[in-house]
Each structure stands twice: as structure tokens, then as C-alpha cells.
Design a protein around this ligand. Structure first.
Ligand code: 5GP
Ligand code: ZN
Length: 141
């Protein structure tokens, strides 16, 4: 199994660093975050080392989200939450600290005081179209 010996999450998968396991599948592992943003904050990771979403083979990505979707309702129930933010920080500029792709499951309840870290902007329709066309053109190459 592909692992990075320097990677903290690879060490967790290998059992070299302790973690509180929530669930696992053939390709994915879910465990409690050591620095929870909210009670029950859980991480879901591929068992193999991949840095970003684009590095994760489609079948592994599907396995990660299969496990995340299976854990999410049980987690909501376990901590008495009402919903959840499911997020993935991609790249250091976006707050990715651990360079092993992971999905955050952050249980939420109304009035819990957590705020979105960014304000919504105002869309410029021409710009939206321009960006979408550029992305589509890159994808078609
Ligand atoms: P990122 O900022 O990279 O999206 O999130 C990394 C997450 O990993 C953080 O929420 C942090 O608390 C968690 N984390 C970092 N090191 C460890 C560790 O050794 N054990 C566990 N359980 N979580 C960790
Ligand atoms: Zn790793």
C-alpha cells in the first residue's frame, strides 16, 4: 500500500500513531479529529497516501465518500447534532495542513456559534460564463 513515511495520517493508518477509530472500509479510514472544531469532528481518509483530490483514483475517492456518507448520519445521531459541514481543504492556501487528502465531518446544530469563514460575493454573469467555458475547454483537451 502506497504510504509516505513522513505523513502523520499514513502513520495513523499503519497504527504507528494512535487514533480513535470510528469506522473503516477496504480503502478508507474514519477517525476522530484530535483538534475538533465541533463535538464529534471526524476525518475520513483514503488508506493510501494521496496529497490532493486530483491524485486519488476514482474508485478510492468513491470509497472515501461511501464511508463518509455512511458515518455522517450515525455521527449526527451520536452527538445529537442536526446537520454537518462536510469539507475538504485542498492546498495550503485553502487551509490544508496535513498533505494526505482527507474529508472533514463537522457536526452542526442551530445556534452552535460556528460561522462560515468567508462572505458570499456578487456573481458577474459574464465572468461565470467565461470561467465555466475555460474549465470546460481544459477538460476537453
Ligand atoms: P486540514 O487543516 O489539513 O484540512 O486538517 C487537518 C486536520 O487533522 C486538523 O483538523 C487536525 O486537528 C487533524 N490532525 C492533525 N494531526 C492529527 C493527529 O495526529 N491525529 C488526529 N486524530 N487528527 C490530527
Ligand atoms: Zn499519508
Amino acid at each position: 500500500m502506497a504510504a509516505d513515511p513522513q505523513c502523520v495520517f499514513c502513520k495513523i493508518v499503519a497504527g504507528q500513531i494512535p487514533s480513535v477509530k470510528v469506522a473503516e472500509s477496504d480503502v478508507a479510514y474514519a477517525f476522530m479529529d484530535i483538534g475538533p472544531i465541533a463535538t464529534g469532528h471526524t476525518l475520513v481518509i483514503p488508506k493510501e497516501h494521496y496529497v490532493g483530490v486530483e491524485d486519488v483514483p476514482a474508485e478510492v475517492a468513491a470509497g472515501v465518500f461511501e464511508l463518509a456518507a455512511r458515518v455522517a448520519p450515525a455521527l449526527v445521531q451520536a452527538v445529537g447534532a442536526e446537520g454537518m459541514n462536510i469539507l475538504q481543504n485542498h492546498g495550503r492556501c485553502a487551509g490544508q495542513v496535513v498533505m494526505h487528502m482527507h474529508v472533514h465531518l463537522i457536526p452542526r446544530r442551530a445556534g452552535d456559534g460556528l460561522q462560515r469563514p468567508w462572505p458570499a460575493g456578487q456573481a458577474d454573469p459574464a465572468e461565470l460564463k467565461r470561467i465555466a467555458e475555460k474549465v470546460a475547454s481544459t477538460l476537453s483537451k
